[in-house]
Structure formats: C-alpha cells, structure tokens
Design a protein around this ligand. Structure first.
Ligand SMILES: *Cc1c(COP(=O)(O)O)cnc(C)c1O
Length: 440
C-alpha cells in the first residue's frame, strides 16, 4: 500500500507532489447508491482487492466502516473482499467479515501455512474449490483449534476458478463431513454482466441455481451428511426457486458484481460484491448518467517546468512528436513507473486550469511532456489533472482508457506506489485510520 495522508494538512504538505485525491464523499455517495439499488435484505460486500482498485485500501476501509452516508449509519458495508491473503493481512483491523477470492491451492498450502493459519484465526473466509483444498484447510483448522470459515465457488461459465457443477455435490458432501470447516457461502462469478442483453448472464445464473437444487435433491440420498454449516439450523431449501429467489439455504449465496448489481437485479441473491461501481465507474466502462455514480479518484501533479520550443522541434524519446508550430511545453513529474500508461504517448489528455492539454511525445518512466499551447497563463506549480473525477472530462478514466485501449479498472490499478493516496473530503473531519492509531 502506498504512502497515505488522511487530512487537510497532508493535502497541503503534499501539494507540490503528484498525488491521488480520494473523495470520501463520492465513495459514500456510491456506496449509498448501491445500497439503495440492492434494498435492505441484501448484504453488501465491498470489493477492495488491489489496494481498493488503486484508491488506497486504508482510506476506503476507514470511510466505509466509520462514516455515515446521509440516512445510513456506519458501517456502510457488510463485508470486504480481497484477492489474496497478503492483501487481507495489509488491511486495517475490520469489524466486518473479509472474503479472500483466490482459491486455496493444495499445491501451495505448505508455503502459505502461516498465512492460512492467520486467516483461520481471524475468521477470514477462504475460497475452496476442491476436496484436497478443503482437506488442507480442515487440517490447519484443527491445528489452530478454530473452525475455518470457507466459501465454495462454482464455475458456471468463466472457466477460471471454481468447482465444476458436476463435482459440486461431492465437494459439499465432503465439506459437510469436516467439522473443522464452517461453510459461510456458495458463490459464482459472471463473465458478461456489464452487458444488459448478453444471454450468458442468465445461463450462468440458471446453472448456479440448478447446481444448488441438485444438492438439495440429493441430500436425502446422503444420510449422515451435513451440507449446511453445523452452526446453522437452517434446512436446505426444498421448494423450487421462484423468480430466481428463494429462502436462505443456510449459507450466503452471492454472484453479482457491479454489472449485475445495476443491470441484472434479480441476481442479487443474499449478497452482492461490487467493485468498480463503488469507485464511481460504470461497469460498462462508459459514463452512464442514469446511474449517477461519482468517480472517487482524481490524480494530480504539479507543472514543474515550462519551456518554449520552435516549430518542428522534436519532443521526447525517439523524437516521435514534433510541434507543428512554436509552442510551450510543460513538464509533469509522472511517468509510466507511476502508472501513467506509455500507451498514452501523444494521445493522452491532461487538464491545466481546466483546459485540455495533450500529452506530446513518448511517456517516459518518470516524466511526461504536455503541449500548453503558444499562449496562456499557466505557471510553474499549477496543478495538472492526469485523471479527472468528472465522468465527462476529456481526462476521465473512461476517456483515457479508450485512448490507451484498456479499461478504467486497469488505469486505477496501475497507479503506482510513488503516488500518495490522500483523502480530501469531508475536510472538516479529523480522521485517523486504524493502522495509524495502532501505530501511535
Ligand atoms: C473483482 C471481482 C468482483 C468485483 O467486480 P466489479 O466488476 O469491479 O464489480 C466481484 N467478484 C469477484 C470474484 C471478483 O474477482
């Protein structure tokens, strides 16, 4: 996780440096919008993997756990999810459950033993997709002397992680026979949910249901098996699903990412797991004004030098760009080592004092050059916006992702560790993150 500042003072101290400004207000707004969309009966698991999509997991956790959003009291979310054990270890102490998406892999359990034991001790929910992994976790749980919390992921069409539907019942049966495991959830993942009309989403959803239904149908044939968690008395659902929904089977069912939260509302089940929308970006990767998401991150850097060049002067490595006219070139101390993609060479757009200034020449490791135009009142020290929080800005994540042939997700994740993440609003709230107060 990058350096972190959390109050107005840090903003001032760091104002001469490149930095990512994180709007708590926008984060709270998006969380509230998601809450309104899912209604009161669905749990909200905030996905904060990859340092909260580059936004700074400390700030994001702190905001979602400790701030209220209008009528909603903290915590705003019911759970967090990260990709791997190391990410969970780096989080500030959390009052809500933490899901680890990356499945426990039998082959690596030896190397990861300590981390897995930490996970079990802290009650993190480990993802298990095979009998061997379940056995490994069960054994570690016995050694630790605590039940391990697990979830099973079913592969319904991603062909990525997850147990295949054919092997699901057997896995569940075996898990039911391991008293040191406590089954918290059964989930799956959509491949195309950001497309409103793609039939793959319904096919995956149907397969998920069908797979769970087979389980309840088989249960009477499997005397002695315990499919529901031992701590729960809730019976497996026996009624067929009505409209895709049904009463709780004793574990949490979840499948919906951001696309499904907004575009496939019947798939919310017991819990949703949005990531990108929480950070204010539409899952379809172009701004959708209907949904009123507010981008949370603005990446800024100072203008550190301005120089005049004559027409036809080459700029940057490889002399790939020459000015068609005499102009002024501005130097900004951010490059591809900071995550300003090299693919934005001579195509990226920045904003200086609200005016678009194109990136000219190649993006270097630590610097970019921008065309300030032949005349203007820009001065050294002026703030350059590299990534704007206005969804319609020419330097929005949508626009820059399109220019560099990627998606906003990647732009955010690339923002490097040299860039401090700084919470900027509300400015009047003095706030310490958990990790800071622990250190104090
Ligand atoms: C990253 C991820 C999500 C969040 O996806 P968004 O498109 O950012 O909402 C949800 N579930 C899983 C398993 C993921 O890996």
């Amino acid at each position: 996780m990058g350096k972190l500042g959390n109050d107005g003072m840090d903003t001032k101290l760091a104002s001469g440096e490149p930095r990512a400004l994180i709007s708590r207000n926008h984060l709270l707004h998006n969380a509230r919008l998601i809450r309104q969309t899912i209604g009161p009966d669905v749990k909200f698991c905030a996905v904060i993997k990859a340092n909260a999509y580059g936004h700074g997991a400390d700030i994001v956790c702190d905001t979602l756990l400790n701030f209220s959003a209008d009528d909603i009291e903290p915590p705003l979310v019911d759970a967090f999810a990260v990709a791997c054990l190391d990410e969970a270890i780096d989080l500030p102490p959390s009052t809500v459950p933490i899901y680890i998406f990356r499945p426990v892999e039998n082959a690596y359990v030896g190397q990861q033993r300590e981390k897995l034991e930490t996970a079990i001790r802290r009650g993190w929910i480990l993802t298990v997709c095979s009998i061997t992994a379940a056995q490994d976790v069960a054994r570690l749980a016995l050694a630790v002397g605590r039940q391990a919390h697990i979830q099973v992921m079913i592969d319904t069409g991603m062909s990525r992680s997850g147990v295949s539907p054919q092997h699901f019942s057997e896995l569940m049966l075996r898990i039911g026979d391991m008293p040191s495991l406590r089954l918290i959830a059964v989930c799956s993942h959509f491949s195309c949910s950001e497309e409103a009309d793609n039939p793959a989403t319904q096919q995956q959803f149907d397969l998920y249901h069908h797979t769970l239904e087979q389980l309840s149908a088989q249960r009477p044939l499997l005397p002695g098996s315990l499919i529901v968690p031992r701590s729960s008395a809730a019976p497996i659902r026996r009624k067929p699903a009505v409209g895709g929904h049904s009463s709780s089977p004793g574990f949490i069912r979840h499948i919906a990412n951001s696309g499904a939260v907004f575009l496939h509302r019947h798939t919310h089940l017991d819990m949703v797991r949005p990531g990108i929308s929480l950070y204010g970006i539409d899952p379809a990767c172009h701004p959708c004004l209907d949904r009123q998401l507010k981008p949370v991150l603005r990446w800024v850097a100072p203008l550190v030098m301005i120089h005049d060049i004559a027409a036809n002067t080459p700029v940057g490595y490889g002399q790939t760009w020459r000015s068609p006219r005499s102009t002024r070139i501005g130097l900004v101390p951010v490059g591809y080592a900071d995550g300003y993609l090299r693919a934005l060479s001579s195509v990226g757009i920045t904003l200086v004092n609200g005016l678009p200034c194109p990136v000219v020449g190649r993006v270097s490791m630590d610097l970019i050059t921008i065309d300030l135009g032949p005349a203007g009142d820009q001065a050294i020290g002026d703030e350059v916006t590299l990534l704007d929080a206005d969804p319609l800005s020419p330097a929005s994540a949508y626009a820059l992702a399109q220019l560099s042939q990627t998606i906003p997700y990647e732009l955010f994740c690339r923002i490097g560790s040299r860039i401090p993440r700084i919470a900027v609003d509300p400015v009047d709230v003095p706030i310490q993150t958990q990790s800071q107060s622990d250190a104090a």
